[in-house]
Design a protein around this ligand. Structure first.
Ligand code: OXD
Ligand code: MN
Length: 591
């Protein structure tokens, strides 16, 4: 092929097939150079796909507005196209691969006519590291190219690392007409292939992220003996300069980015505590040569939810967005050509356009930014990015934390009795839904390990894989915890202050990992003694209030049993006996 950046036969063959299918007018091999990216930014601005923001206030930043019908992931149109339906399992939508390929090829046929095919080589994980997996995404969207340049390690060095190997993930994205009725996000685990059509929204089209790093990678992890998880990774440095790494899974829009970049309360800062961000959304975890679990963030940037991000909730995330960032569906401040979103500050712009590109009056009660508006920011912009961010070996994980948004039931924190009980705790995770996916907001849904929309195979097999990993890790297995920052009082107000004060809970978790704190055994696991959570310097919050959110209310837990039983019933004989046994223990403990 003309100007090809690789001679890899499997890559060339696949691209030739896709060129014949989509029929682009032009083909551009993305090499990752700043020059090429700059030319694409200029082109994106000339077509209106992007708007250049104020170079002095937001250098290198752009605004992108999506189509009105294309603002979130579409779980109902996301398919796992494994050969057998039972391999996709009851929590995924399945389509037979032949049927899916035929349907998608019909949609993609001629889809690039009059357009350019961009060929993006990218790596998930540092190029050449033991974690790295390579992918090629074909797209007709400049927004996708520029976002992939932020979110992944992208460029021609990927071809050098790949050599002639056939071990890479194929990704085809076609914007088409952004027709909701013809929108499909399909995964073919047996072919390491992803095809996404009729969308331009990040979660559906930045194929390295959810599609590859979770749905395809969870399949690869199962085959190869590692874990691909919807988890942030943070390092908590203590007074002595020792850093303990924690991986934590929360459903979408439950504050993973905030926790990953937590600013410790003043009394901790004074003592030298610091949180270092390794990742805010995805963790790939492998057993290292020392037998411990090591984690790497396969991404290179943050695709964060904008509303709610402010100098108080997450200053480092806000600072991360101040240069070389792409904003999607936020408010455009026309006075100084910057951006704004709800709760960024108390000064909504007077002369502005909302996420729909319409003139916006901030006093009319309507929201200016879409609730799922996003920023795509380079991880290296983050003031608290970990020095281990690019470490080829990853970081050793001491604790795994699960969490959800539950107004009642789950206490502030509890620890599982052991790994298998921890897998049970993760498997029964439940949360009230948010705006990150289409559908009703505020409904409780079971979201095991926060992987419900992202596990690319049968969830029963996934639980079994976790149990297997525990066997291999043995004594070295990280301790497993569950947290809930979202308990509310009778008036519906959050009880726990959250944000930076979550460090007080992380500190207890680290002490438990070091056998340095006691705990009370309850029906659901180990709960802290209130005295062991440090409340120093916390205003308007006393130990009695803390006790109310550490409480394990057996009646509320008994009310969970039917929901768990109903959820577990979906997995039939694929539910590991170990989890059945853990469930029986819980029921027994609640008697
Ligand atoms: C995300 C999500 O965008 O989980 O990270 O939806
Ligand atoms: Mn996520």
């Amino acid at each position: 092929m003309k100007n090809a950046l690789t001679t890899n036969p499997s890559v060339l063959k696949w691209i030739e097939e896709k060129v014949a299918l989509t029929q682009p007018d032009n083909i551009l091999w993305i090499d990752g150079s700043e020059e090429q990216l700059e030319a694409l930014r200029a082109e994106g601005c000339s077509t209106g796909e992007l708007q250049k923001l104020n170079e002095e206030k937001l250098p290198g930043c752009y605004l992108h507005l999506s189509a009105l019908n294309d603002v979130a992931r579409v779980e109902g149109r996301t398919f796992i196209c494994s050969e057998k339906e039972e391999d996709a399992g009851p929590t995924n939508h399945w389509m037979a691969p032949d049927k899916a390929y035929a349907l998608l090829e019909n949609i993609a046929r001629g889809a690039y006519k009059g357009r350019t095919m961009y060929i993006i080589p990218y790596s998930m994980g540092p190029v050449g590291s033991p974690f790295a997996k390579y992918g090629i995404e074909l797209t007709d969207s400049i927004y996708v190219v520029l976002s992939m340049a932020i979110m992944t390690r992208m460029g021609k060095e990927v071809y050098a690392a790949l050599g002639d190997s056939n071990d890479w993930v194929r990704g085809l994205h076609c914007k088409c007409d952004i027709d909701e009725e013809k929108r499909y996000i399909c995964h073919f685990p047996q072919d390491n292939t992803i095809i996404s059509v009729n969308s331009g929204y990040g979660g559906n089209v930045l194929l390295g992220k959810k599609c590859f790093a979770l749905r395809i990678a969870s399949n690869l992890g199962r085959q190869e003996g590692w874990l691909a998880e919807h988890m942030l990774i943070l390092g908590l440095e203590n007074t002595e300069g020792k850093t303990t790494y924690i991986a934590a899974a929360f459903p979408s829009a439950c504050g993973k980015t905030n926790l990953a970049m937590l600013i410790p309360p003043e009394i901790y800062r004074e003592k030298g505590y610091k949180v270092w961000c390794v990742g805010d959304d995805i963790a790939w975890m492998r057993i290292g040569a020392d037998g411990r679990l090591w984690a790497c963030n396969p991404e290179n940037g943050f695709f964060g939810v904008a509303p709610g991000t402010n100098m108080k909730s997450n200053p480092d995330a806000l600072i991360s967005t101040q240069k070389n960032t792409i904003f999607t569906n936020v408010v455009h401040n026309l006075d100084d050509n910057t951006v704004w979103w709800e709760s960024m500050d108390k000064n909504p712009p007077k002369n502005a356009e909302n996420w729909k590109g319409e003139k916006w009056d901030c006093t009319d009660g309507s929201k200016g930014a879409h609730p799922n508006s996003r920023f795509t920011a380079p991880a290296k912009n983050c003031p608290c990015v970990s020095s281990e961010f690019d470490s080829p070996a990853g970081v050793p994980i001491s604790a795994i934390v699960f969490g959800g948004r539950r107004a009642k039931t789950a206490p502030l924190v509890y620890q599982s009795r052991d790994w298998n009980h921890g897998v049970f705790v993760g498997s029964i995770m439940a949360s009230e839904t948010t705006a990150a996916a289409t559908g009703a907001v505020g409904v409780v849904r079971r979201d095991p390990m926060a992987m419900l929309p992202f596990c690319g195979y049968h969830m029963g097999d996934y639980f079994a894989h976790w149990i297997e990993m525990g066997k291999k890790l043995g004594e070295n297995a990280p301790k497993i915890f569950n947290v809930n920052w979202f308990r509310t009082d009778d008036e519906g107000n959050f009880v726990w202050p959250g944000f930076g004060d979550n460090l007080r809970v992380l500190e207890w978790i680290v002490r438990r990992c070091e056998n340095n704190a006691d705990a009370k055994e309850t029906a659901i696991g180990y709960v802290p003694f209130a005295e062991d959570i440090n409340l120093d310097g916390l205003k308007d919050f006393d130990i009695e209030t803390l006790k109310t959110i550490l409480e394990v209310d057996k009646d509320l837990w008994r009310a969970e049993i039917d929901g768990i039983a109903e959820f577990y019933a979906k997995f039939g004989n694929k539910l590991p006996a170990t989890l059945e046994a853990e469930f029986a223990t819980l029921k027994n403990n609640l008697k």
